[in-house]
Design a protein around this ligand. Structure first.
Ligand SMILES: [Zn+2]
Length: 406
């Protein structure tokens, strides 16, 4: 506001200056055109600058007109499709605020003249008027008046995107109106919900949901999502290999599909900071004991054995097995939820299974069946790269949610 009025003051000087110039040199035009507001209740528009000339129109109070030229206390204006002369006394110049869209914009002494300053992107400018493709502006940031190319100025205020820290709910938690349990509950958020952190107070954080809702949650119930998988040792076991092909579809072999899935999942986990260990990185045979040994040796935080199923030509769906209820079931449930949500295949549940790779595993372990190769339709589906992406994302999400409260 203070600068806007400073801008107006400068404009007044400019108008006065051009008036003085025109007073001496009979017909000097205003250096630029600008918008002005009519201050008289009704103002006569005349054919020429003077009260003796004929009235060609009227403009009324508050109306915005374009001043094209100024001369001896008279302004040549255009309004709508009409134009004519009015007394300059009954006009006030209006400025507008423009914003720099170029990374660097030169401020020049005259339209196309020498550079007197540089304005950075997003800088607010007071715009007085224009001359062709040039705008006369005042920049409060460098306290200079000059000319800039109109192509790099917009009336649209730039949206400065604040970069908030993301947080994720570790467990299902209440979002409250204030920083304490005495405040009313606004909503209940499920584990895995992402929010923006706004502020922090007394062990509580103020967060903003995707829908814009703002509330408070105890700092112990949320965490930085980047820390969830960071440093976790995850052993991925591509089922079968070498002469053991596993299940056979019309076209595809289980050992190749399981290998593809581990290769699709690996970069997702690595990007999140996990340490991924593959039981096999080529098409080779491994005993079940060898697979388990790798998990135990590396003290895996999670061991996943990936498989594709075979039963009848109409079988369909996903299942995940655990052996030890307390050690393995939470991982299996989380993985099952992740792959069902991501692939939308039938949910056959997380269930007990007496498998060697689970039974002898000292680490949290799960065996996943990612679809039926005995069903020709499902075989075709699971072999697509889009399904592989979804399956890998589902396994990733399952692991993320498993580690989230841990
Ligand atoms: Zn298998």
């Amino acid at each position: 506001m203070r600068f806007a009025s400073l801008g107006k003051t400068i404009l007044c000087f400019l108008v006065l200056f051009s008036f003085l110039v025109s007073f001496h040199a009979e017909s000097t035009e205003a250096a630029y055109s600008f918008q002005a507001k009519v201050t008289a209740d009704v103002l006569n528009v005349r054919s020429k600058p003077g009260t003796t000339y004929s009235i060609v129109g009227k403009v009324s109070k508050g109306q915005v007109v374009t001043v094209l030229e100024q001369k001896n206390g008279w302004s040549r204006i255009s309004y709508g499709t009409k134009s004519g002369w009015v007394s300059s006394k009954y006009l006030t110049a209006i400025t507008w605020t423009g914003y720099v869209t170029a990374t660097k914009l030169n401020l020049r002494s005259t339209p196309g003249g020498s550079v007197i300053g540089t304005l950075s992107k997003g800088t607010a400018l007071t715009v007085y008027g224009k001359d062709g493709t040039w705008l006369k502006v005042y920049s409060s940031s460098i306290r200079k008046t000059g000319w800039v190319s109109a192509s790099y100025v917009t009336t649209q205020k730039p949206i400065i995107k604040a970069t908030y820290t993301k947080l994720v709910f570790k467990v299902n938690s209440n979002l409250r109106k204030g920083p304490g349990t005495s405040y009313p509950i606004l909503s209940t958020e499920s584990a895995g919900t992402f929010v923006d952190k706004l502020s922090e107070k007394d062990g509580w954080v103020q967060v903003k949901k995707l829908n814009g809702m703002i509330g408070w949650v105890s700092a112990s119930l949320v965490r930085d999502p980047a820390t969830v998988l960071k440093g976790r040792v995850i052993v991925l076991d591509a089922g079968h290999g070498g002469y053991d092909s596993g299940a056979r579809g019309v076209t595809f072999l289980e050992k190749n599909l399981t290998f593809t899935t581990t290769l699709t999942l690996t970069p997702l986990l690595q990007k999140a900071g996990a340490k991924v260990i593959l039981t096999r990185s080529t098409d080779k045979y491994l005993t079940l004991a060898q697979r388990v040994n790798i998990s135990n040796y590396y003290k895996a935080n999670a061991f996943l054995s990936l498989h594709y199923n075979a039963y009848s030509t109409t079988s369909t769906g996903l299942m995940t097995f655990y052996y030890n209820y307390s050690k393995d079931a939470p991982l299996a449930r989380s993985i099952q939820n992740g792959i069902v949500a991501s692939t939308k295949l039938r949910n056959m549940g997380a269930k007990y299974g007496n498998y060697h790779v689970l039974r002898d595993n000292r680490q949290p372990a799960a065996l996943v069946e990612l679809g039926f190769l005995s069903n020709p339709y499902e075989e075709k589906l699971v072999a697509t790269s889009s399904y592989q992406q979804k399956a890998a994302q589902g396994l990733y999400n399952g692991l993320f949610l498993y580690f989230l409260p841990r």
